[in-house]
Design a protein around this ligand. Sequence first.
Ligand code: ATP
Ligand code: MG
Length: 295
Amino acid sequence: MIHCDGLVKIYKTSDLEVFALQGLDLTVETGELMAIIGNSGSGKSTLLNMLGGLDRPTAGHLTVDGKDMLKMKEAELVRYKRESVGFVWQNNARNLIPYLTALENVELPILLTGRRRRLRALELLEAVGLAHRARNKLHQLSGGEQQRVAIAIALANQPRLLLADEPTGSVDSRMAEQILDLFRELNRQLNLTIVIVTHDPLLAKKVDRVVAIRDGKISSEMLRRKSYDEELRELEAGLAQEGTPSHVEYAILDKAGRLQVPADYLQAIGIKDTNKVKLELGDAKIVLTPPDEGA
Ligand SMILES: Nc1ncnc2c1ncn2[C@@H]1O[C@H](COP(=O)(O)OP(=O)(O)OP(=O)(O)O)[C@@H](O)[C@H]1O
Ligand SMILES: [Mg+2]
């Protein structure tokens, strides 16, 4: 569904350039539900905006659903945004109109008319578990319910890819859990590919794959040992082992063989005031050690 190769985004303002993405490589399969984490300013929203066609990459390669996002013409991009991709933002003011009902909000983006539009909107509200609140005005809904209306809207035109930027940023943890359950269900039932940007490590732990961005590049990737469903089954059967971490973390090698070593690892082996490390091939291992005295 998504293939980024050496993706670069530079924001130019009058007096400075910000390198928001610095050669990012990422592949996401069709039907995947995955999360992207990273510090503030690491480039998460920038990446999502490129994926959603809201902004263009500066350089590199990006294909989404078979479309080349750097070569796409303006009209194709408009069609792509309308038909292929759904967006959910943290701040649902960006998705929703407060003085309309939940139903009217969902009807707006649907490219149908009359009764069919109403039926489709109701169907979508049902899919997000909100049919019973359809006639309520937005301000009568809780933050989490509003976020579910936003998800219904994002699904309105049957996108193949759903992008969510901090979708649970403004709701409590119970509501965050429900929203994630909804994503998981949509992923399973519609085979919808879902990319979630989140700060919430607990939420990230509930998906099978978490990719961490640092300074505009993928720095590490956590893969679940067992699928979430398998883990739930084991929990229910009382087979789950306490204290086993749910994910295995891998560092990411780029094509040139470069690797980002976490700063706290370097500190732990006493690397400071130097840019040199000793790299040795051991027994099926590569070993990093501080440089010899005087190096
Ligand atoms: N439109 C813009 N013009 C100039 N610089 C920008 C623009 N948008 C983002 N940036 C810069 O690009 C970098 C990456 O920003 P981005 O919004 O992608 O970070 P983020 O990982 O989403 O952070 P957060 O977790 O705070 O949302 C930051 O240094 C930011 O200041
Ligand atoms: Mg952001």
